[in-house]
Design a protein around this ligand. Sequence first.
Ligand code: SAM
Length: 228
Amino acid sequence: MIPPGARLLDVGTDHAYLPIALLQSGVVEAAIGADVRSGPLAQARVHARSAGVLDRLDLRQGDGLKVVTPGEVSVAVLAGMGGRLMLRLLQQAPDVVAALERLVLAPNTHPAEVRRWARTQGFDFVAEDLVQEGRHLYPILCLAPGGVLPMAAAAEQQTPLTDVEAELGPLLLRQGHPLVLEAARRLAAAARHKLRGLERGGGEAAAVERRRLEQWEEVVRCWPKWPI
Ligand SMILES: C[S@@+](CC[C@H](N)C(=O)[O-])C[C@H]1O[C@@H](n2cnc3c(N)ncnc32)[C@H](O)[C@@H]1O
């Protein structure tokens, strides 16, 4: 998802493993790693020095994407943080975001809100992936400012996302990604659990959750046939 030669910003870089790997493999020649806390940056410096890339990794302390000026980087990665924090950081630096060629997002929570934001902001969905480590599933989303995809593909991306697309990923659904079935099963289990609590009170909230549960059960039943 990171184009070779990208001018990279890794937001919330923590140990800086991502920029270090990209520098070592030669995908990027230089990178900026940023974090709001000084502790992670000190660790990042130690790791980068022992990996032999400290001279090409610019470590900056600050809030989100505010550590760069618009156009200073071509690709930004925000990984390993909650989707809502991610949206706050993106929304508070619109000039930096507007000048990006690629935006790579790996939200730990609320992926549907992140995908809906991306669609309403006119980003093209370039690629999506879903990765399992231990029992966790991590969605990864690669976005580009609207207008870079061929016209037919771009037109397809104008329509609002359905609930299923927002939650499970429009490209992951279309490509029949093997982990989508597991993701849908987990959403169904979570909805079932929530519904058990709500049914004691009944009402509109329970009805909404029941509809969501039916949706996930339908994906599981029909998979990999999608859209149904
Ligand atoms: C769990 S780590 C993720 C590390 C790495 N990106 C990854 O995916 O493995 C989250 C990092 O985000 C940083 N962070 C939290 N809020 C931030 C903000 N407003 N601006 C920059 N970094 C932030 C934290 O300090 C922490 O180092």
